[in-house]
Design a protein around this ligand. Structure first.
Ligand code: ZN
Length: 204
């Protein structure tokens, strides 16, 4: 399986990092090794001094698809969860300045923790109104809603599938809202969809 990730999908987040607004979805990929094995702790990587959280809605794909039309995109979703697109922001800034790919800053081992629990697609009222949030040490730091996405979930599935064949079990990280920030060893992150806490992680 693979993890497709979307950058700059919320206006307020693109602005906070001084990035221009995209005219088509910004897509990058994390490998399967970016997931955290069950019961494995999350460790602060040695190659960064500025590790950032980015909470995101995560979509799990349940069918093989290529060139999926937007109107059929919802048929490819099995469930919705939440994840953290961990980013070595210092490394990413260096790579961006040189026009180099982001993988060393974003696609490393365990950089994509996801919730153990996902919500079945048929329990989601509307793909365009999913509220989600992140607390750091109990304090709300990020809050978003899929209605504020620049490119909707259906649009993302359609766009991604025109470049990459989607396969069963693939995950899509759909972009982060404003409020990204750094974590330190000992910090606890809790991610929510609505008021359901789906992910909890401590930085070791
Ligand atoms: Zn992200």
């Amino acid at each position: 399986m693979k993890i497709l990730c979307i950058g700059r999908n919320y206006v307020d987040h693109a602005k906070e990092l001084n990035n221009p607004l995209p005219t088509s979805p910004v897509i990058f990929i994390k490998p399967e090794t970016a997931l955290i094995p069950k019961n494995h702790p999350f460790h602060y990587p040695k190659f960064t001094k500025d590790l950032h959280y980015e909470v995101e809605i995560v979509v799990r794909i349940n069918r093989v698809g290529k060139h999926i039309e937007k109107k059929f995109a919802h048929k490819y979703i099995s469930e919705i969860g939440v994840g953290i697109d961990f980013t070595a922001r210092d490394l990413q800034s260096q790579l961006k300045a040189k026009g180099l790919p982001w993988e060393k800053a974003k696609a490393w081992d365990h950089s994509a923790p996801i919730s153990r629990t996902f919500i079945p697609f048929d329990k989601i009222d509307s793909l365009d109104n999913i509220a989600f949030s992140l607390k750091k040490n109990g304090k709300l730091v990020q809050e978003g809603n899929s209605k504020d996405m620049i490119f909707s979930i259906e649009h993302l599935i359609s766009e991604i599938s025109s470049y990459f064949t989607l396969k069963i079990g693939d995950l899509i990280f759909t972009g982060t809202p404003a409020g990204v920030g750094s974590v330190e060893i000992g910090d606890k992150l809790d991610a929510y969809i609505g008021d359901q806490q789906l992910l909890s992680l401590t930085v070791h």
